[in-house]
Write a protein of this length. Structure first.
Length: 298
């Protein structure tokens, strides 16, 4: 009996120890969504850092994860459909950027659809950041920071890093300085990230609830392609998000009512199509205005 109890305790300890903890850094991002306008918008982005990688993404959906879980489970229980898009605030950015330690492999990922199945496609960014560290120092929030500059994605960037946080990481793809980047902006102030806080996330799971219940399950594996192929595939998807699903949408299916709703499947598809086109059309001022030529080409 004592041996059994000891084995039980060891198993429980291993299970608890396997729970991952992340350091979550909150970045306030101020950006100009339109090239020809000075109007700015703001959104909270997060950088989740674990022992073997970091994940950068929009915090909007992560923040609403528990609310969405309650809503979806209630719908499943009652059998009454509700339009989730009307219940939540949509994110401003859809990408995820992974950096894998210790080699700092950078992977850029977007989620598209293949028919009705969500698919993650991504590319590896091998571009090196040539930082020029200045002697200039400043206080950024509560951190003592030092200035550095680089050129990346067709823009010139000014960064402030703090060696008080000994992590060679930062928002988006930025990394490689001897301390966490606490503020970074391009010369035209199109994009400005500033660190606003951080916390430990116990029992961390990088997959949101909606990603976990999607047909791909657990967020789905990433299909790695060349950057050239990624850019073309994603550009085609943004033009017509339902292109791969449309051949499956038979007229008899489109006229069917959604259980627990007054909407037909066709009406729901039109609503979703408009929402996605509005989402992708809201920003024509990308972070990177120039991409590196494919390897072997100039």
């Amino acid at each position: 009996m004592k041996k059994f109890f000891f084995l039980f305790l060891m198993t429980a300890f291993i299970a608890v120890s396997a729970q991952e903890t992340a350091n979550r850094f909150f970045y306030d991002l101020t950006f100009k969504p339109k090239k020809d306008s000075a109007r700015t918008e703001r959104v909270m982005m997060i950088l989740d850092i674990t022992k073997d990688k970091s994940i950068y993404r929009d915090y909007t959906m992560v923040a609403q994860d528990s609310i969405l879980k309650i809503q979806v489970e209630a719908m499943q229980k009652s059998g009454v459909f509700k339009d989730i898009s009307k219940m939540v605030t949509m994110p401003k950015f859809s990408e995820k950027v992974y950096k894998f330690y210790p080699e700092m492999k950078v992977q850029y990922v977007e989620r598209i659809s293949s028919g009705f199945t969500p698919v993650n496609i991504g590319y590896n960014d091998d571009a090196k950041m040539d930082w020029k560290i200045s002697a200039e120092k400043a206080k950024i929030g509560s951190y003592n920071a030092q200035k550095a500059t680089t050129e990346f994605g067709g823009r010139k960037w000014i960064a402030w890093f703090s060696s008080e946080i000994p992590l060679q990481d930062g928002p988006y793809k930025f990394h490689g300085l001897p301390g966490l980047i606490v503020k970074i902006e391009d010369e035209g102030s199109n994009y400005i990230w500033e660190l606003k806080g951080n916390k430990k996330v116990e029992n961390f799971n990088e997959t949101t609830y909606l990603e976990s219940i999607s047909p791909g399950g657990n967020g789905g594996k990433v299909q790695e392609v060349s950057r050239e192929k990624f850019e073309k595939t994603f550009a085609d998807y943004k033009k017509d998000p339902f292109a791969s699903a449309r051949p499956m949408l038979r007229p008899e299916m489109m006229s069917q009512k959604i259980p627990g709703s007054d909407l037909t499947i066709g009406e729901m598809v039109k609503q979703q199509e408009k929402m996605m086109k509005d989402f992708y059309g809201a920003n024509n001022n990308p972070i990177e205005v120039a991409t590196p030529a494919p390897k072997g080409k100039k």
